[in-house]
Write a protein that binds this ligand. Structure first.
Ligand SMILES: Cc1cc2nc3c(=O)[nH]c(=O)nc-3n(C[C@H](O)[C@H](O)[C@H](O)COP(=O)(O)O)c2cc1C
Length: 224
């Protein structure tokens, strides 16, 4: 698989097979992804990978908290308040596609069902967390994004699938305690990693993208 094929094949997968991913494969993916670029070569990413019993324990802890209706406050705003067009429309269309695939509308408990699946890493055998030093700024947050995308493409190349998950930012205290994060580190996002359940409707659709002309301005190339 070449890079273009990996870019086009990668999609957010929201139902995984219980098939395990070996420690060697996870280590190789994390290790290769460290060649991602970062401003000033700061490499500001910190990654935690969970599998097996610790992953089960962590998921059970979150499930118990959800059952008790416990909630935590995020350490950063996942989206700007009062999202504007065209961002607002894009977000809601992606949401509609998810709820349609789930077969339960947002209004009819769909949000809670999806959230609960997020908080089980969608059944994936590996759960990843990406953290950064809370003193860094937006450029370093983008560096972490580059690490994550590099990792996702490498996973795709190996026949694996992923779902990046900022929804995990809703559990900063629990994740801090579970991972024993040092005070200076904060969680940016999580990621599910595993093998796609090809039979699930959750994986059966693709999200749309804007046309190139809507966001790119090419200057000095002549007319096509
Ligand atoms: C940083 C980041 C965080 C995301 N967080 C979540 C999440 O918490 N839960 C989820 O189901 N999808 C999450 N997604 C997946 C996006 O919804 C998805 O990438 C987008 O709708 C485009 O679809 P595609 O990835 O299938 O191309 C996240 C994506 C990114 C890049």
């Amino acid at each position: 698989m070449n890079v273009t094929e990996a870019v086009l094949k990668r999609q957010a997968i929201r139902a995984f097979l219980p098939k395990p991913v070996s420690a060697d494969v996870v280590r190789t993916l994390l290790d290769t992804a460290r060649h991602a670029p970062s401003g000033g070569n700061l490499q500001p990413w910190h990654v935690y990978a969970l599998s097996g019993a610790p992953l089960d324990d962590f998921i059970a802890e979150i499930a118990a908290k959800l059952a008790r209706n416990e909630r935590e406050t995020t350490e950063y705003e996942i989206y700007p308040r009062n999202l504007w067009e065209p961002l607002r429309g894009r977000r809601s269309r992606a949401g509609e596609q998810r709820y349609r695939a789930l077969g339960i509308g947002r209004e009819a408990n769909g949000q809670a069902v999806l959230e609960e699946r997020n908080f089980r890493f969608f059944g994936a055998p590996v759960g990843l967390f990406f953290c950064l030093d809370r003193r860094v700024g937006p450029p370093q947050w983008s560096d972490i994004g580059m690490y994550m995308q590099t990792l996702m493409l490498l996973a795709t190349e190996r026949g694996l699938a992923t779902c990046p998950q900022e929804v995990w930012a809703n559990w900063p205290k629990t994740i801090r305690a579970f991972l024993k994060l040092p005070d200076e580190l904060m969680l940016f996002a999580g990621m599910s990693l595993g093998y796609t359940d090809e039979t699930s409707a959750m994986n059966s659709y693709r999200t749309e993208r804007e046309e190139l002309s809507k966001f790119a301005t090419m200057i000095g190339f002549g007319t096509p």
